[in-house]
Ligand binder design. Structure first.
Ligand code: SF4
Length: 423
């Protein structure tokens, strides 16, 4: 990894702000999670607002039978006049009868369910008594009061961890990759690990309820996504051991991530180099294509997905971009240490948000690209700033060698679009 003139994560000053924030709530994670776990259903216990958010964010077709829905709480529920638990039981009964394909049901809390203090943990327990083992029922919160954007996935995976089977002795040889990845990316990583001789590789979440991995003391896990603080804690409580690594973005990031596993599993250095040489060279070649457009361009990240720090590291180290401010909603210094070490000294790293103050800093610096949520993008574009929607970086497969070029293109495209508009 290129470390430049890094301050290291322990000495680096972090600007902490606690003011108004502009971030989606954790319900948004359902959009990619329902595609990933193919026999799961996400039942949001929420309001019409939650249903509208999900419908517009996921772009659901009217004919589709999506694997998420909203049990809408009406005014009488919110006023405490109806027994919301009884209503919920009826909705679940209808759902399970109509959709026998559902094997995993998540009750997802929202702002309204939290306001009336509906205990979804108890509801999940009660309903499990009726439907388990055919349908296993879990709960987590996606509410905007408690979670931002990608924390929904963290809460979902953390809710699964206590139920994962106990791994026996064989767990000492198991590598667990944690965080929802596109199937194609998982397949690429599996092939690379296999070629290195690491055979027992599992993913959390698995593609279906029946193949969720076992976990236990001796399981070693790599995080594929940076926003999984609670899931990492839950796995550690089960005895699993975290392998610290940068995240697998770009040629260098992917190599360092794979290397963390290779070193832990005793893979011979020569074999590691042989296995990674060709895909790494392909990734580097793909990145070269974008260097002319991106090198020297400045970047400003508003906090949104928690991918900001690894992305800034990749764009700086592998494409020569110049990060000015890197905002993140939360900073887990332990998980982020290898990434922070690779950022240059003069980058402002900020945690949390006071959106007006941050907008002032952005206006002052006038970056070439601003990475932000949908709510800020349009006003900034009107002011002549080029923006990149951070949500796109979560929906698109960007991890691994073969996706490095696509990731660079996501940043080159808005610059090209702006140039065309100006011609
Ligand atoms: S959970 Fe809260 S923030 Fe999210 S859509 Fe529902 S009401 Fe809005």
């Amino acid at each position: 990894m290129q470390s430049g003139q890094s301050a290291g994560c322990l000495e680096r000053p972090i600007l902490r702000e606690r003011g108004q924030r502009e971030v989606f709530c954790g319900l948004t994670g359902i959009i990619w999670l329902h595609r990933k776990i193919q026999d799961a259903f996400f039942l949001i216990v929420g309001s019409r607002t939650c249903a509208h958010l999900m419908q517009s964010a996921a772009g659901v077709m009217i004919f589709a039978e999506p694997r998420f829905g909203t049990a809408i709480m009406e005014e009488k529920d919110l006023a405490g006049l109806a027994d919301a638990n009884e209503e919920l039981d009826k909705v679940v009964a209808r759902l399970v009868e109509r959709r026998p394909d559902i094997k995993l049901l998540f009750l997802v809390g929202s702002c309204p369910s939290e306001v009336i203090k509906l205990d979804l943990a108890k509801a999940a327990q009660r309903l499990s008594g009726t439907y388990a083992p055919d349908v296993r029922i879990f709960n987590y919160s996606g509410s905007g009061i408690e979670t931002t954007f990608t924390e929904g996935e963290d809460a979902c995976l953390a809710s699964l961890v206590p139920s994962l089977p106990e791994a026996g002795e064989a767990a000492a040889d198991q590598l667990l990759v944690v965080g929802a990845l596109a199937d194609v990316v998982e397949d690429q990583f599996t092939r690379l690990f296999e070629a290195m001789g690491i055979k027992n590789v599992n993913f959390l979440p698995a593609r279906n309820a029946g193949s969720m991995p076992a976990v236990g003391p001796g399981t070693r896990f790599l995080l594929a996504q940076p926003f999984l603080t609670e899931t990492a804690r839950a796995l550690t409580r089960r005895g699993a051991v975290h392998l610290p690594a940068p995240f697998p973005l770009g040629a260098q990031g992917t190599t360092a991530w794979l290397k963390a596993a290779a070193e832990s599993f005793g893979v011979d250095h020569a074999l590691f180099t042989e296995v990674t040489a060709a895909p790494k060279a392909r990734a580097e070649k793909a990145l070269t294509h974008y260097q002319e457009q991106l090198t020297g361009k400045s970047l400003f990240f508003f906090p949104d997905s928690q991918l900001e720090i690894p992305l800034a590291r990749f764009l700086h180290a592998e494409l020569g971009m110049v990060p000015l401010e890197v905002g993140t909603p939360f900073l887990n210094k332990a998980l982020m240490a290898p990434e922070l070490d690779a950022l240059p000294d003069n980058v402002l790293v900020s945690e949390g948000q006071d959106v007006d103050k941050q907008l002032d800093r952005c206006h002052d610096q006038r970056p070439d690209i601003t990475v932000c949520g949908l709510g800020l993008a349009n006003p900034l574009e009107v002011e002549g700033l080029t923006t990149k929607w951070s949500i796109e970086l979560v929906f698109t497969p960007i991890q691994g060698y073969e996706q490095a070029g696509d990731l660079a293109e996501l940043f080159a495209r808005p610059l090209v679009r702006r140039t065309r508009l100006e011609v």
